[in-house]
Design a protein around this ligand. Structure first.
Ligand code: VG1
Ligand code: CO
Length: 544
């Protein structure tokens, strides 16, 4: 008998966060840690016997080990087939697409996204459901509950699958198909965007640099940008996925992509710069002399999506996570379409997308995507930008300025305080929460009056579920906001995220430096929360 049932003891820390279970590699390397978690997932699902599971990851350290375990356990638990990316690689959006395309029961995405990799870095496992999107809280809660009482797991006593060899293999009677990670995804992109127009843009001398950060997007960007769209070889840099991302931090923001930002600010620099994160679902967009904040990018993509063939009939609606700026709301209002505000994390967009109520979704953390998959999609955002630039025949800077002149500008920044003592961080949030009811109606400075102050509760309009305590919001009558929440993806201590936003009307000043435009709010946030004093930090760890 090749199927074994192995006794195990539960871990008490397998609680999925914003996006799956992320832990230090060292934690994952503990005996049966991966096995327990996978079995807890399988035990929380129903009716998958004989069905298909998609498996892939971002190539980070420990992917290879965990994937072989996942395949053996899928076989032992009764899946009929596993589809796995060659060498175990699949970007998160490509995994989402494969689940949908092949009508799989679900999928496992092995990644810790923007968190660093390597033996001392992070690893993660996320389960996605049949719509291609991250499992909703109903499932993640069940997985955590199960993980706390698990007593055994099932695994096939089988040799490793050869992940380098394309085609069909077999594991304990289950079919394993190793597929090209890029082909189906690239074909999908071709249906959405005006490839000839983008090709013509590159042919006319338009120059771009794409930093794949030694993470999963490299093979996709090489194949699509250089292969199909004719961008010169060398357009994609750091294009080879490495288990430790070359020692870097695969988070595409102005801290970790500072060199690219600097290059784009020089006259000799290219016209367009972009980057993606560890698992390929985030995007950074920088035009010559113009960084586009992710919140603005969401609004701009929504306002211009009709220029791409895949969205030429218009979009049904827009959704953004609560901390994301309200720039997109103004676009939705003008287009007369639905606008939704959800908690942080892509899992909250799934129902709205499935119900056809929204087409484009986005988060301030550099994630944008659409109904083409059920994850955010870094390369998708880059291609939509290129499509828009190609059709409008304007620079990124011109497009952004015109947008502000039409809709006004939402100045926006996020300040992260990383690796804060968990007790201090939660105490700070609790104390601020307790103050909220008394804040409404209060005045601060010359012109700030609190319009509302609450801890965001989301009511899903599709399935009626409720998610409470999703972040503190203090909104002012002039549209300014302070938002504070604890990160759900960190692996050490707590990360406090402070989000600040104000609004300048269409005829207002759009050329201020962001941090100075938000200075008053930054100070007020500190005053209300006691952040600096309580954490002992004078500066945020990261400003985006
Ligand atoms: C962060 C971002 C959130 C994003 C999540 C997963 O979560 O803020 O917007 O959805 O990461 O993205 P948190 O809980 O740390 O704020 V990824 O690219 O890391 O899968
Ligand atoms: Co990611």
């Amino acid at each position: 008998m090749t199927i074994q049932t192995i006794n195990t003891t539960p871990y008490d820390d397998q609680k999925p966060g914003t996006s799956g279970l992320r832990k230090r590699v060292k934690v994952y390397q503990q005996e049966n840690y991966v096995e327990n978690y996978l079995q807890a997932i399988f035990d929380s699902l129903e009716d998958f016997q004989g069905k298909t599971l998609v498996i892939g990851g971002d190539g980070r350290f420990y992917n290879d080990v965990a994937i072989q375990t996942a395949i053996r356990m899928a076989a032992a638990n009764g899946f009929g087939k596993v589809i796995v990316g060659q060498e175990g690689l699949l970007s998160t959006p490509a995994a989402s697409h494969l689940i949908r395309h092949y009508k799989a029961f679900g999928g496992l995405v092995l990644s810790a996204s923007h968190n660093p990799g390597g033996p001392d870095g992070d690893f993660g496992i996320k389960y996605n459901i049949g719509n291609g999107g991250p499992a909703p809280e109903k499932i993640t809660d069940a997985v955590f509950a199960r993980s706390k009482v698990i007593e055994s797991y099932k695994i096939a006593n089988e040799r490793d699958v050869e992940l380098g060899r394309l085609g069909i293999q077999n594991s304990a009677g289950m079919i394993v198909e190793v597929v090209d990670p890029v082909a189906d995804y690239a074909a999908l992109m071709e249906t959405l965007f005006d490839f000839p127009a983008i090709e013509a843009l590159f042919a006319s001398g338009f120059r771009m640099t794409f930093d794949a950060m030694h993470a999963i997007t490299g093979p996709y960007a090489h194949a699509i940008l250089e292969g199909r769209l004719g961008a010169p070889v060398g357009t994609v840099v750091n294009g080879k996925p490495l288990p430790d991302f070359g020692g870097g931090h695969p988070d595409p923001n102005l801290v970790y992509c500072k060199d690219m930002f600097d290059l784009l600010m020089t006259p000799e620099g290219p016209d367009f710069g972009a980057a993606s994160d560890g698992d390929g679902d985030r995007n950074l967009i920088i035009g010559k002399n113009r960084f586009v904040t992710p919140s603005d990018s969401l609004a701009l993509l929504a306002a211009n999506a009709h220029l791409a063939p895949g969205y030429k009939g218009g979009i049904a609606g827009i959704a953004r996570s609560m901390p994301t700026s309200a720039a997109a709301d103004r676009v939705a209002e003008k287009l007369g379409i639905e606008m939704h505000e959800t908690p942080t994390g892509w899992k909250f967009f799934g129902n709205l997308l499935d119900a056809g109520r929204v087409t484009i979704c986005g988060e301030e953390s550099a994630g944008t995507g659409s109904s083409h998959v059920r994850e955010k999609d870094g390369l998708w955002a880059v291609l939509l930008w290129l499509n828009i630039v190609a059709v409008r025949k304007q620079s990124v800077d011109e497009i952004v300025r015109e947008h502000w002149a039409t809709y006004g500008r939402n100045y926006y920044t996020r300040h992260d305080y990383e690796e804060v003592d968990a007790g201090i961080a939660s105490g700070l949030v609790d104390d601020l929460r307790a103050k909220l009811p008394g804040l409404v109606g209060q005045n601060f400075g010359d012109d700030l009056q609190v319009a509302y102050a609450d801890d965001f509760t989301y009511h899903d309009p599709v399935d009626g579920s409720t998610s409470a305590k999703q972040g503190i919001r203090i909104g002012f009558t002039d549209g300014s906001r302070i938002v504070l929440r604890l990160s759900g993806t960190g692996t050490v201590g707590a990360t406090l995220r402070l989000y600040l936003e104000n609004y300048e009307a269409a005829d207002g000043r759009h050329d201020l430096e962001t941090q100075s435009a938000l200075e008053e709010l930054i100070e007020l946030a500190d005053q209300l929360s006691g952040l600096k004093q309580r954490t002992g930090r004078q500066e945020p760890s990261v400003i985006t």
